[in-house]
Design a protein around this ligand. Structure first.
Ligand code: ADP
Length: 661
């Protein structure tokens, strides 16, 4: 029986909870109950046997019906033949008939093996403890005294027995065992983790457990008899130390966290309880200190605090306005910069909702922006510029970020980091309006230059016409000479006006790209310039037109015309073999134009200046000093680059690179 009960209890408690030694106590209790039960049974039997003839059928029947214990008779196959009302009730069935109809093996036992065990226990001891399943599925524990009635050949014909409900007792025993086990585990765990020491009334160590030695790095021998000053860290104030002393010397337990120093000089933190042991007079004669190591937590706390202080100071000294608010927009923190800027007190801010300080016109925009921010966590979102309303009703423009640190449970916050950009905005506005004014006056000026230049050219060509007629009519060589000089001056003036018109066109007109037939354009330009110089200058064209050249024809014309014209003009008159070489190479991405001459060249120190407006290399130059300036402006409009290589007396080379996109 003992073995079975033990295995049943063990099963119920689970494998992880082996039975402790005092399980024997439980078994003893069970055996005692059994003895008591057995003697009651015997008495009953005695009564029955002694007065058998006196006990009539109806008396036996009423005993059967009224017994508090369950009584049954069942077949070997597992059907009840008879059950008393107590058993029907205990098993939770509605009627005797219902219970008689069930299959005992499958309905009453949780597992077939449990029935075999019950039979076995009964066979060996005449008493079995086992559980059965009630109609509602719950378990009920029984103590049974049963017997097996067999036929002449030894086969069991039927079982009969008396069942007593011992569920409460078994459950109590289980609970007891469980709590005994828990207490044992708890004690073991405490012993393993607690740091324990005892000091006498003077504060000298009389005992230290191994945990104490491990953490303090002192041996027991080194500690015994020594004052506990040996582990003082000097971290705590005198007031703190005195408070401990005052508490324990009056017999009260002190509880708190203390920092100690180990033999090696390292600090450690313990959460301690100091328990004074009092003598008959109520005076402490020794102190038991029980502690746990909390160093890691304290170090983490310290680091956290240091970090927090660092960030706090960074935030508090920051000129940016930093605030935090919850998911509803209520402020939970505002930095001093905000208080200063808006004249609010910290407390006032905490009663405000962030929307309240936003300019009403900007509120809808900010509300929709905020709802966007709510969906993305931990990434700073650049806010659109908006206005915040100060306490005095004036507004400041701000710019910055919102970072959503809200967790799903809403623990954290939204952090807002803003800068006052009111001044910058005013400045930008001023700049914008000044810029548009400037653009307007520039355009007007360009318009003026264009129309004046245009209008000037018509009278100049009439003047040239009149001079032509006068030249034909006059026979006076002196007048002829004067007319020639007049004509040259007018031509120079016309050239200058034409340059100004080119400049004006370049600055006003959009880039207009088209397919350019370079060969045709170059032919036109060289034909026009051929007779520009008295010297006959040879113009060589080397055109490598592998790709179609799509660009702004007007500007390309201005560039080539000016460069070739200069290359012809700035030839040395003494040069017997003046040459201009125009070389154009193309790739699919860019066009490279080189205009090279063997003319007078340009001094190194002038090479940077030649692209300036109205710069002329010498007083003798016939030009307006605008040509290269217009070339450079035009090249830049086409996103290209121009550079010059030149050596005085040897010649100049102008290289231009025009990208196709
Ligand atoms: P302009 O020819 O009307 O004087 P440009 O702007 O075309 O004005 O040229 C500026 C100056 O650069 C010229 O006065 C001249 O001194 C110098 N220059 C330009 N092209 C050449 C060249 N191919 N060879 C030598 N000097 C040049």
């Amino acid at each position: 029986m003992n073995k079975f009960l033990s295995s049943q209890i063990e099963k119920a408690l689970g494998e992880k909870c082996p039975l402790p030694d005092n399980f024997q106590v439980l078994l003893k209790m069970v055996s005692d109950t059994y003895d008591q039960f057995e003697s009651e049974q015997k008495n009953l039997e005695l009564q029955l046997s002694g007065k058998e003839e006196q006990v009539n059928e109806s008396k036996y029947k009423s005993l059967f019906e009224e017994m508090a214990d369950g009584v049954y008779k069942s077949t070997n196959e597992g059907k009840f033949v008879d059950v008393n009302p107590a058993l029907v009730k205990m098993l939770g069935y509605d009627s005797k008939e219902e219970l008689l109809s069930i299959d005992i093996k499958t309905k009453l036992y949780f597992e077939a093996s449990e029935r075999d065990n019950a039979v076995l226990q009964n066979n060996i001891n005449g008493l079995a403890v086992f559980r059965l399943r009630k109609k509602d599925g719950s378990e009920i524990w029984f103590e049974e005294r049963g017997s097996y009635v067999s036929d002449g050949n030894g086969s069991t014909i039927y079982h009969e027995g008396i069942l007593r409900d011992v569920t409460k007792r078994i459950q109590t025993e289980f609970e007891l065992l469980k709590s005994q086990k828990e207490t044992a585990d708890y004690k073991k765990a405490l012993n393993q983790s607690l740091i324990v020491s005892i000091t006498d009334k003077n504060g000298d160590f009389t005992f230290a457990n191994s945990n104490f030695c491990n953490i303090s790095k002192f041996d027991v021998e080194e500690l015994t008899g020594k004052s506990q000053d040996i582990i003082y860290s000097e971290h705590h104030t005198n007031d703190f130390v005195n408070a401990i002393q005052n508490t324990i010397s009056t017999g009260k337990v002190w509880r708190g966290e203390v920092k100690h120093k180990s033999k090696e000089g390292n600090f450690y933190w313990v959460d301690s309880a100091i328990v004074p042991f009092l003598d008959d007079l109520g005076k402490p004669y020794q102190y038991l200190t029980i502690s746990i190591d909390v160093t890691e937590r304290k170090l983490a706390d310290e680091a956290l605090l240091a970090n927090e202080l660092k960030f706090r100071s960074m935030i508090e000294h920051n000129e940016d306005m930093i605030s935090m608010f919850d998911a509803q927009g209520n402020f939970t923190y505002v930095s001093p910069a905000i208080l200063k800027e808006f004249n609010f007190t910290f407390e006032e801010c905490l009663t405000l909702n962030s929307m309240q300080i936003i300019h009403p016109e900007d509120q809808p925009m900010m509300a929709s922006f905020l709802s966007e921010v709510m969906h993305v966590q931990a990434i700073p979102f650049k806010c659109p510029i908006f206005r915040i309303r100060k306490k005095d009703g004036t507004n400041v423009w701000v710019e910055g970020t919102l970072t959503n640190l809200l967790k799903n449970d809403g623990v954290k916050a939204i952090v807002a980091n803003f800068k006052d950009i009111t001044k910058r905005r005013e400045y930008e506005e001023q700049l914008k309006s000044r810029n548009s004014e400037l653009m307007k006056s520039n355009m007007e000026l360009d318009k003026f230059v264009y129309s004046v230049s245009h209008d000037l050219r018509a009278p100049l060509s009439s003047m040239l016409g009149v001079i032509g007629i006068s030249e034909e009519e006059t026979k006076e060589p002196e007048t002829k000479e004067h007319l020639g000089m007049l004509k040259a001056s007018i031509k120079k003036l016309d050239l200058s006006i034409s340059d100004i018109l080119d400049y004006s066109r370049n600055s006003r007109m959009e880039v207009n790209k088209e397919k350019i037939d370079l060969r045709e354009l170059l032919l036109e330009i060289t034909n026009n310039l051929k007779y520009q110089s008295k010297n006959k200058v040879e113009i060589k064209v080397d055109l490598n037109e592998a790709f179609p050249f799509i660009s702004d024809k007007n500007r390309v014309n201005i560039i080539l015309n000016n460069l070739i014209s200069n290359a012809i003009n700035y030839q040395d008159p003494k040069n017997t073999d003046p040459l201009v070489n125009v070389k154009i190479d193309m790739s699919d991405t860019e066009t490279n134009i080189v205009v090279k001459d063997n003319g007078i060249g340009i001094n190194k120190d002038l090479q940077e200046k030649i692209f300036e407006m109205f710069f002329r290399g010498s007083e003798n130059s016939d030009g307006s000093g605008l040509g290269l300036y217009i070339v450079k402006e035009s090249v830049e409009k086409l996103n290209g680059k121009i550079e010059v290589k030149s050596a005085p007396g040897k010649g100049s080379e102008f290289c231009i690179l025009i990208p196709h996109k």
